[in-house]
Design a protein around this ligand. Sequence first.
Ligand SMILES: N[C@@H]1[C@@H](O)[C@H](O)[C@@H](COP(=O)(O)O)O[C@@H]1O
Length: 260
Amino acid sequence: MEVVIVPDAKEGGELIAEAMAALLRRKPDALLGVATGSTPLPIYEALANKVAAGAVDASRARICQLDEYVGLPAGHPESYRSVVLREVVAPLGLGADSFMGPDGAAEDLQAACDAYDRALAEAGGVDLQLLGIGTDGHIGFNEPCSSLASRTRIKTLTQRTREDNARFFDSLDEVPHHVITQGIGTILEARHLVLLATGEGKADAVAQTVEGPVSALVPASALQLHPHATVVVDEAAASELKLADYFRATYAAKPEWQGL
Ligand SMILES: N[C@@H]1[C@@H](O)[C@H](O)[C@@H](COP(=O)(O)O)O[C@@H]1O
């Protein structure tokens, strides 16, 4: 696992957007797994700026979703499908046909989960999966005690996650209890995992993810099992890392050609 400490969220976004651009230059039709929440927004902005400036051609990129609420009416502005179309797909100049995600409104939800896992595999697998982290250490919507081998499935949100996400809705009551999420086993199949965490509120979850034991209690700690995982944190989110100085020195000495 590589840990990169950046001064702030904007620099983290720029660094990750450049890694995505480099991937698209090597593989123009790369399948990019994207995350929702506030944290990755600087990444999407930086990548869209690169596309607008002609620094990278994203016209053949494919975008896939990490997770989804269950039961929101089709087209609800806070469904993750709507969010990804609005924040990622449209700014990159892509159409909805470049996008895939699980169907949170399906009648048979488990069948929709299985179909999504199959679709990801048939698409050749995810090349780079962006991740945020919940204050309780969740990735996607894999809440604490999710199986580290889990596949895409239905989960029930913790009260803490519902409260964290209530800011996107008119009230806490409107935050769904149920979600579909790529499983931890599904996420671990992506070729490169890139987690961005910013702000003091994530410091404890980041420390447990990077320096704690691999544990279902902290789902993000499963990144320790992945051969190519990058954790990008700002100073505030890095504030509880015991090895922060080592991570800084390692990154400062990193050969430029290596990329993330
Ligand atoms: N399902 C999403 C996660 O993918 C995201 O990482 C998390 C943190 O969001 P934020 O970046 O807004 O803190 O929120 C939700 O729970």
